[in-house]
Design a protein around this ligand. Sequence first.
Ligand SMILES: [Fe+2]
Ligand SMILES: [Fe+2]
Length: 137
Amino acid sequence: MIKWSDEFSVNIVSIDKQHRLLIDLINEVEHSISIKNNIDATDTIFNALTSYIDYHFSTEEYYFELFDYPHKNEHLKEHVCFILKIDDFKKNTINTSDKIKLNEIITLFEFLKKWLAEHIRHTDKKYEIFFIERGLG
Ligand SMILES: [Fe+2]
Ligand SMILES: [Fe+2]
């Protein structure tokens, strides 16, 4: 389980709110995996998490464009690589059995969880001052 703490905060209310929701969804997936007996519920909540990640990335990218954020390109590259990895995984797991699918969801989920926590604490954190100076907060 990931517990929200100040190290995840970028001190921008709207973005912190989205990051908190991402962490809640991660914890729900983890809970669903721990129950083990419901692949459909795990799949549903995992899909909700990846859809919300898409939505969240577009929010950040909207601000990158709006304020012409100087680190826009490298940040965008991280988002794109991440989404490609998730999409590839989804393509490769179609038509596999539930058992294999659950194992693969767990593997992907562990990657996703680590990646997001790192991304928020390091890459997202870099835009904090720049955005706050431009009126977000
Ligand atoms: Fe973010
Ligand atoms: Fe980001």
